[in-house]
Design a protein around this ligand. Structure first.
Ligand code: NAD
Length: 496
């Protein structure tokens, strides 16, 4: 059976005392094994990244950008293969995988502009014959730890900019779907990156803990679930590292009585059930304002959900694929059952989804639940499945209070035709990414991505301008070249 290994110092390695099964979620069968790096393997990767750092740091930014231009081209040329690898191990359909890859490529495009982004700041004559400037220097060896749900895009949020800024990088992808992350990193080497600048170690907690504690790692970017994000952030900080740790989500959409209901329903379908709801920006709660809006929403949604097709990744006509593992399917089904037990109504039930020819696949059908209340466990938890829960409230303020009280604050959206309401919403909602009639307000690559509250630990968001700041440290130089004809006096007061 194929063993997915590591990329260390430009060499592929499959040595591992431990391995883990990688499933094809559409068939439910084990398709590959992934090597789980031990401490020694991760230390080898750190040593390779450290050895590559001095030369890469001193490579002109324009030369580093040229590698990114070639990388972008290789990503586009290999798009079909990448989408196939994503589909085989994650289960998402090719059209969805292509969207993920495209959003990743846009981060490479942004990194191509690194000479401009690193230009720094300059002030002439801050004092007599004194000039001062700030420049942004790389940190050294930095690491990224990524989740299963975007195996191509989320790593591309991190290392193109980290590397373009002059750092060397170690990626620890999700052990559940590691092949596309590894293949993409190999393409970056093919684009002309010197060996050791990008390294990939596959593994689990053992590998992560080395990255969090080894003094040679200067910064850690993490994307994954909130309990792990919190652990990563506190451990990395305790070891003196810069850290940004993006966590889980529970994204609400407010459906106002004046909303264009047909449009809102179409948008909600894709945002709730696309990628089986396994997106940190998935809309998983619709908050309907007023019973008329709620009744209309439920009626139109349940009709619109009838033709939705869940199925294997290999059929491009399917709307969405399986969830990632059998255990995750049980968890999603458990949440639907708990909502029902707590008194909610399962209007459309995907628990018994069957796909002909793929009977062992990890499928959950699109599910709609009405009458959900904030006390229910299914409301509080991140379900991460194709489940849309509807909460009924009477006022917009009540709807906003629900969102502001929730522990997560990743994304949100309001469906309305009222500009004043929309502006009030975006001004006062305690969420990092806000959509006005835009269900998945994922910022473009030249803005930055990040939630509030327990959806992000750290100060800087992912990718975009914040990534340039995250992956560099500011140095401010103050310079004077006194004239040899001037004799300088002594001063003990603070320079002003
Ligand atoms: P996860 O937290 O289980 O795993 C993420 C990474 O952490 C993986 O590489 C994994 O190997 C590692 N990891 C897992 N347990 C660990 C431990 N005990 N110690 C050290 N490392 C550990 O997340 P997942 O299930 O792969 O991904 C889904 C989650 O990611 C969801 O909660 C989703 O909302 C979140 N997510 C958030 C964003 C965002 O931008 N906020 C984006 C994508 C996904």
């Amino acid at each position: 059976m194929t063993i997915i290994g590591h990329l260390i110092g430009g060499e592929s390695r499959t040595d591992a005392k431990r391995t883990q099964d990688v499933f094809n979620p559409s068939t439910g069968e084990v398709s590959k094994q992934v090597a789980l790096a031990d401490t020694k393997t991760v230390e080898d990767a750190i040593a390779a990244a450290q050895a590559a750092y001095p030369a890469w740091r001193n490579t002109p930014p324009s030369k580093r950008a040229q590698v990114m231009f070639r990388f972008k081209q290789l990503l586009e040329e290999n798009a079909d293969k990448i989408c196939q690898l994503i589909g085989e191990e994650h289960g998402k359909i090719a059209h969805d995988a292509a969207g993920e890859l495209q959003r990743g490529i846009e981060n490479v495009e942004y990194a191509c502009g690194v000479p401009e982004l690193l230009k720094g700041e300059h002030s002439r004559n801050v004092g007599p014959n004194i000039d001062s400037w700030s420049e942004f220097q790389p940190l050294g060896v930095v690491a990224g730890i990524t989740p299963f749900n975007f195996p191509a895009m989320v790593p591309l949020w991190m290392y193109p900019m980290a590397i373009a800024c002059g750092n060397t990088f170690i990626l620890k992808p999700s052990e559940r779907d590691p092949s596309s992350s590894l293949f993409i990193a190999q393409l970056l080497e093919e684009a002309g990156l010197p060996k050791g600048v990008i390294n990939v170690v596959n593994g689990d907690k053992e590998a992560v803990d080395v990255l969090l504690t080894d003094a040679r790692i200067k910064a850690v970017s993490f994307v994954g679930s909130t309990p792990i994000a919190e652990y990563i952030y506190s451990t990395a900080n305790a070891h003196g590292k810069r850290c940004q740790a993006l966590g889980g989500a529970k994204n609400h959409a407010i459906v106002m009585p004046d909303a264009d209901m047909d449009n809102a329903v179409n948008q909600l379908l894709g945002a709730a059930f696309g990628s089986s709801g396994e997106r940190c920006m998935a809309l998983s709660v619709a908050v309907a304002v007023g019973d008329d809006a709620a009744d209309a929403l439920i009626a139109k949604m349940s009709t619109a959900m009838k033709p939705l097709k869940v199925g294997a990744f290999s059929n491009k006509d399917n709307d969405f694929g399986p969830v990632i593992t059998a255990q995750h399917k049980d968890k999603v089904v458990g949440h639907i059952t708990s909502a029902e037990k707590d008194g909610a109504t399962v209007v459309v039930d995907g628990r018994d989804a069957k796909v002909d020819g793929f009977e062992k696949g990890f499928f959950v059908g699109a599910t709609l639940i009405d009458g959900v209340t904030p006390q229910m466990q299914s409301y509080q938890a991140e379900i991460f499945g194709p489940v849309l829960q509807v909460v009924r409230v009477q006022t917009m303020d009540e709807a906003m209070q629900l969102i502001n009280d929730h522990e997560y604050g990743n994304g949100t959206c309001i469906f309305t035709r009222d500009g004043e309401a929309a502006r009030y919403f975006s001004d006062n909602i305690e969420v990092g990414m806000v959509g006005i009639n835009v269900p998945l307000p994922v910022p473009v690559s030249y803005h930055s991505f990040g939630g509030w509250k327990r959806s992000l630990f750290g100060d800087l968001h992912a990718y975009g301008p914040d990534a340039v700041r995250f992956y560099t440290k500011r140095k401010t130089i103050t310079q004077r070249w006194p004239s040899s004809s001037v004799r300088e006096g002594v001063s003990f007061s603070f320079p002003s």
